[in-house]
Design a protein around this ligand. Structure first.
Ligand SMILES: [Zn+2]
Length: 103
């Protein structure tokens, strides 16, 4: 199976692109011959930003009583990120069963 990905310039959407060395963190760098814009080719494939579903996953783990340090270790984010998700969350937890009338 062969997968082919066509790189396009993020600015001018041109396809006249050549390799332009390797970044210090070992990622291939490209340059657009039309507008001289340098960019990393697979950035759009890796980085999803707010659409990554990370905040939803953190909320689900918080509801399931996973610790803050554990979440930061699992998702490879800082503890302050987990805490900001916790403070910004406006979800309320409703129990599935009502409390017993008589104990
Ligand atoms: Zn360009």
């Amino acid at each position: 199976m062969k997968i082919e990905i066509t790189l396009k310039c993020p600015d001018c959407l041109g396809e006249n692109i050549v390799k332009n060395g390797i970044k210090s963190y070992q990622v291939q760098n490209y340059i657009c011959k039309n507008c001289n814009r340098q960019f990393i080719g697979d950035h759009a494939l890796k980085y999803k930003g707010c659409r990554s579903g990370l905040y939803h996953k953190i909320e689900l783990m918080l509801v399931r009583n996973v610790g803050i340090r554990d979440i930061s270790e699992i998702e490879n984010v800082s503890t302050s990120t987990v805490l900001s998700v916790l403070t910004k969350s406006d979800k309320t937890i409703t129990p599935k069963q009502k409390y017993y009338d008589i104990l």
